[in-house]
Design a protein around this ligand. Sequence first.
Ligand code: PLP
Length: 459
Amino acid sequence: MSISTPAAQRDLAFHLHPSTNLRALHKDGPLVITRGDGVYVYDDQGRRYLEGMAGLWCASLGFSESRLAEAAHRQMQSLPFYHSFGGKVPAITTELAERLVQLAPGMGKALFANSGSEANDTAIKLAWYINNALGRRDKKKIISRERAYHGMTIGAASLTGLAFAHDDFDLPMRRVLHTECPHHYRRALPGETQEAFAARLAGELEALILREGPDTIATFFAEPVMGAGGVIVPPATYFDLIQPILRKYDILFVADEVICGFGRTGEMFGSTTFDLKPDMMTLAKGLSAGYMPVSATLVTNALYEVLVAQSEKLGIFGHGYTYSAHPVPAAVALETLNIYRERDVLAAVRRVSPRLQQGVRSYADHPLVGEARGIGLIAAIELVRDQATKASFDPKAGVGAYLVRRAQEHGVILRSMPGDVIAFSPPLIISESQIDEMLAGFARALDETQAFVRSTGLL
Ligand SMILES: Cc1ncc(COP(=O)(O)O)c(C=O)c1O
């Protein structure tokens, strides 16, 4: 393929792309998207694509929800900017904070930022500030998990347990530890049941805590379902075993709900799905259906009281961003939450998600499919060279990337993640027939990928 269109060439001349093989982009050029309609987006040549990833797991209401545009427009006209530093607040932001606290079990206060990464960085800073306030000056290490994805700022990228987020960026920063990820298919010992695997991981976590010293560990971060690390749904008993260990050693639990939050798993939060009782929750993406950059770090009232006492002592709670509490994203987020409630988006997810989950599992016997997995409207298919041995393809062969390119040719946008894992995370408004359409595009691409690996000797 060569750089396809004038718009793509123009982009390449000026734009440094994130999360991209920049050399390969010079060859192929970007796909230039010009508009959206429901679950579809259109490129600069007028070609239509079903967006099977809701962009970056975020456009939960699709790409043409006019109520969100109107909410932004109204807010722009009445109060386009205000902030919440030094005892002020845009009125609409109060409304959003109230709504989030009402929605999120156990949470007491909301602190806003612009991205999921910032929300997680904020959670790290809060944990440190809180432990300093409590006189626990050595209790600062953070445990995350291999294959976690928590974002790309220095703190969040350190939490991320994927090599591409660290290599040559001099990360992870000190004080960040990674424990085993709860992926039974890849990480279980031969013959190990889901329960035994979960128990072993809990034991490994406790051993890590004891090795490092419980007085040195501040927090544990976890996505309820790991997203960009490969859509990993933990064993049913995993968090039941992890949470008492965190409580035993007085370790704060931060649930990263950036993907799971607002319906993706069929409940309002992944924390509800897995019965989590976090001390903090981080939210972004579905909070505004992706239409505006906005994120939140929610904390319990108990933690808030510590922050209050410490800010009194220091004279200020010295954290925040110019756009924390920005009124326009707040208005869009509020309207998003209104739509979720009015249209009962959770019920819609529960209604259509069996189509996706059964659909991906129907490919389990295909020779290239190692595992098909997921929950709600998030799913993945892991490609393998050999089903029996679970051997992967050489990462350099780009087999997953090939499949995704083929699917794109068939009008379906999917994402390939490390390990040739193909992700599905469509807008929550997707219908059953659109799920069928998405899977049909995938299936054609899968067969073409099989032909590709055969013809190139990869198989
Ligand atoms: C679970 C999770 N946490 C955090 C982030 C980071 O969010 P952002 O890209 O908005 O900084 C992401 C992004 O994909 C994510 O999937």
